[in-house]
Design a protein around this ligand. Structure first.
Ligand SMILES: Cc1cc2nc3c(=O)[nH]c(=O)nc-3n(C[C@H](O)[C@H](O)[C@H](O)COP(=O)(O)OP(=O)(O)OC[C@H]3O[C@@H](n4cnc5c(N)ncnc54)[C@H](O)[C@@H]3O)c2cc1C
Length: 234
């Protein structure tokens, strides 16, 4: 059952030029599954309410973290003004974008801020050493848009069954990536065993729908092989 309560902000981390993580102080642990989301309300104002994925893993017991792309909205402005020790109201956990541990091989396709629940799931897999074989295809406009870049590099060093392949619209000298967008041939090239994997897609609704169509219409994967999370609002 989701529970609503006030949390004190423990730490705020700037992830890139327009993305910040907010770590909340935990007093009583409430269990959640990696990949689930929460609802944040600011200043007790129902207009300042958004759904945000939990970007920390249930294995990180010292805080509960969410990560927001800061836009021009009133919500983003209010969030961006918050400081450590300020309070936010949070209701959680919600959602079904969770790892089916029965699948030994999975793939994540993500764009931009859609990485947040995937970061939670990957961190859980790495910390628990579940043995799940993961390929992440992570697409961004440019290198400066990548969120959790160093975090994913560290996770793949510690857990060789996690492979991260970056896809960027703009090439970056000295950075290994595919230039362009995620399409059927990029998926085939980066994930030759794609037919053996369950796919998890997360990002803005248009991107998720485009990825879902590629997997089902062009690569012939059945609906049971595709799990999606739409970040409504982008
Ligand atoms: C399950 C889930 C998980 C999400 N996780 C994250 C996350 O981890 N990080 C993150 O940055 N964002 C996440 N989002 C998106 C987030 O909830 C906001 O919608 C988004 O950040 C835009 O809000 P904004 O205040 O920046 O911009 P706004 O200007 O408020 O939003 C842009 C437009 O989207 C509309 N909109 C806002 N929220 C919704 C909604 N829920 N449904 C339909 N339309 C809406 C607004 O009316 C406006 O027209 C998630 C969304 C969902 C549904």
């Amino acid at each position: 059952m989701p529970v609503e309560k006030d949390f004190k902000i423990k730490e705020i981390i700037q992830r890139n030029y327009n993305v910040k993580s907010f770590r909340l102080e935990i007093t009583d642990w409430l269990d959640f599954k990696a990949g689930q989301f929460l609802m944040v309300t600011l200043q007790g104002n129902p207009k300042l309410k958004r759904y945000l994925s939990i970007s920390s893993s249930p294995t990180e017991k010292c805080y509960l973290e969410f990560t927001k792309k800061l836009t021009q909205s009133d919500f983003s402005a209010a969030l961006g003004n918050l400081k450590a020790a300020d309070t936010v109201s949070v209701k959680y956990p919600f959602g079904e974008f969770i790892l089916d541990e029965a699948n030994p091989k999975v793939a994540f396709l993500s764009g931009g801020i859609g990485i947040t629940p995937i970061r939670s799931i990957c961190k859980y897999v790495v910390d628990k050493n579940t043995g799940t074989d993961i390929v992440l295809l992570y697409s961004n406009r440019s290198i400066r848009d990548i969120v959790f870049k160093d975090d994913f590099s560290a996770m793949s060093r510690n857990y060789p069954l996690l492979r991260v392949a970056h896809v960027l619209c703009e090439a970056e000298k000295g950075f290994k990536c595919t230039v362009g967008q995620i399409n059927a041939s990029v998926i085939k090239g980066e994930i030759p065993d794609y037919q053996e994997r369950k796919f998890y897609l997360c990002g803005p609704p248009q991107m998720v729908e485009a990825m879902r169509k590629i997997l089902s219409d062009e690569l012939g994967l059945g609906v049971e092989k595709i799990v999606t999370e739409n970040f409504q609002g982008y």
